[in-house]
Design a protein around this ligand. Structure first.
Ligand code: GLC
Length: 547
């Protein structure tokens, strides 16, 4: 990696490692740093530019590690700081950059500060670092306001002395008070701690919820319940000043460290505000992930993301799956339905056609990787993994299950340990040891195991490897611009021009239900599935063309 690469994040392909489920190095049924180090060559062969590792810090894992008890240490379940440093070095040796996850909206209730806050009592300086309030009603037994936790139920929890604390997520995730200078200083120290250890950037967890409106007013439908700057805790303008200071910290390093925001802000213009030149470099364009599998919907979301990001000089950041949403082959296995969400619980009752889902998933991948900007690949999607839809309820771990009163299964179905070898116990997740994986793997994972995929020239893994190699080699791909072509109804076709003005690349994605002809004189470089005997592009298929 050279200094010239300081802009690497503008067109990178970043692989998301959900460390608990990636690879188990010590044979205890849970993924860890040793397992990840042992599989770095898989990532190098796949051809990714960077990895983003979900939180690996000490945590009671009430929310899969997004409940952090100590931001500057490693959960012993995953390894230790020396192993983390070795991983960073070994990844860099392979040309793979390392991005960590920072969780600035809340701590774990196991964090030393929160324990101190509970012990110190109402009115203490220790409580000032969180959002403690007295309750409403004569005896203070009503929550301070009507905010709802993202996982269900009130966003307030009462402690034995009668006060309440705010938790926008799980009850074990108390929100911190970003008005407090010690909170700011402490997160800045965490950034430096990991930057000093050589990491290349951070993914910023719920980057749009840290700042709360003074007075913590109720949410009133039609008044302040949308993210237009009026919502009392989502996308408040005050967050930008925090990110300006973070950017300055990252920019002081050589090469500069980078950020990617997880901010589910639906309006692309407001999302792009996080990407102004002195703020964060990138933010996931979730509207692409949530778009229906329909040409118009895909196209308009692609256009909006590119236009708004270009206006602030930032690349778009595409993603199809992550640890919070139903894996895309399973989402796409259902007919496109307006108004349906992207979680398993949103689509579980719809009839599913797994073959169709996988065909569409392959096409969606070639669409994503042809778009200008940066792209994220979630572990296991390179094996075509479906969502595990029938995990026994007594094995569910996501707090959504409990907090929804056992009505929503939550996100465990996309977090199941990866299959590496079809014939081994736990499909090789624990390197041959027969430890029970922390979440059960469905039988169908055998077909998707890495060794099966490696041996099959038509596998999803081969498609990802070929696409990433072509993307890296082709001067029209990565950064640059996109120009739509006229194409038949229900299809997407666009030409690409790279950063250096090189063109000669066209993508055609058939989202309709009938085959379409290839453009005249087009030379096929890669297809997501077989063409018809008449060399047409079948439904739910994408092609990359030399033009
Ligand atoms: C983000 C994470 C999610 C977590 C939540 C609370 O959305 O991606 O997994 O539950 O933040 O930290």
């Amino acid at each position: 990696m050279t200094a010239h690469d300081a802009d690497w994040w503008r067109d990178a392909v970043v692989y998301q490692v959900y460390i608990r489920s990636f690879a188990d190095g010590n044979g205890d049924g849970t993924g860890d740093i040793a397992g990840l180090r042992g599989r770095l060559d898989h990532l190098a062969r796949l051809g990714v530019d960077a990895i983003w590792i979900n939180p690996w810090y000490p945590s009671p894992l009430a929310d899969g590690g997004y409940d952090v008890a100590d931001y500057r240490a490693i959960n012993p379940m995953f390894g230790d700081t020396a192993q983390a440093e070795a991983l960073i070095t070994e990844a860099h040796e392979r040309g793979i950059r390392v991005v960590l996850d920072i969780v600035p909206n809340h701590h774990s209730d196991d964090h030393a500060w929160f324990r101190a806050a509970l012990a110190a009592g109402p009115g203490s300086p220790e409580r000032e670092r969180y959002v403690f309030r007295d309750g409403r009603g004569a005896d203070g037994s009503e929550p301070p306001n009507n905010w709802i936790s993202m996982f269900g139920g009130s966003a307030w929890e009462r402690v034995p002395d009668g006060q309440w604390y705010l938790h926008l997520f799980d009850v074990r995730q108390p929100d911190v008070n970003w008005e407090h200078p010690e909170v700011r200083a402490d997160f800045e120290e965490t950034l430096r701690f990991w930057f000093d250890r050589g990491i290349d950037g951070f993914r910023v967890d719920v980057a749009n919820s840290m700042v709360k409106q003074p007075g913590l007013p109720d949410i009133e439908p039609g008044v302040n319940d949308v993210q237009d700057g009026t919502h009392p805790y989502l996308d408040r303008d005050g967050v930008h000043e925090i990110f300006r200071s973070w950017r300055a910290i990252g920019d002081a390093y050589d090469p500069p460290r980078v950020f990617v925001a997880e901010a589910w802000v639906p309006d692309p213009e407001r999302l792009a505000r996080y990407l102004r030149p002195d703020e964060l470099q990138t933010a996931f364009s979730f509207n692409f992930l949530t778009a229906a599998w329909l040409a118009d919907d895909l196209r308009s979301n692609i256009d909006d993301a590119i236009a708004e990001n270009t206006a602030v000089g930032a690349p778009a950041t595409w993603v199809l799956s992550n640890h919070d949403v139903c894996r895309h082959p399973s989402r796409l296995s259902r007919k496109p339905e307006a108004g349906r969400g992207w979680n398993l619980d949103d689509v579980l009752d719809l009839p599913s056609d797994p073959e169709l889902g996988l065909r569409r998933a392959r096409a969606a991948t070639l669409l994503m990787l042809a778009l200008p900007g940066t792209a994220y690949v979630y572990q296991g999607e390179e094996f075509g993994l479906p969502e595990a839809e029938d995990i026994p309820v007594d094995r569910l771990d996501d707090p959504t299950w409990t907090l929804s009163g056992h009505t929503l299964r939550g996100r465990d179905g996309c977090r199941v340990p990866l299959p590496w070898a079809a014939g081994e116990p736990a499909f090789g997740f624990s390197g041959g040891a027969d430890a029970e994986p922390w979440l059960p793997q469905p039988e169908v994972f055998a077909r998707h195991a890495a060794d099966v995929q490696e041996a099959d020239p038509d596998s999803v893994l081969r498609l990802y490897t070929d696409a990433l190699a072509l993307r890296r080699a082709h001067p029209a791909l990565g950064g640059g611009t996109l120009t739509w072509r006229d194409s038949p109804e229900g299809t997407l076709a666009f030409d690409r021009t790279g950063d250096d003005g090189e063109s000669g690349f066209t993508a055609l994605v058939n989202v309709s239900s009938a085959p379409v002809s290839l453009p005249e004189d087009a030379e096929v470089m890669l297809t997501s599935g077989p063409l018809t005997p008449r060399d047409e592009v079948p439904a739910d298929t994408a092609v990359w063309l030399r033009s």
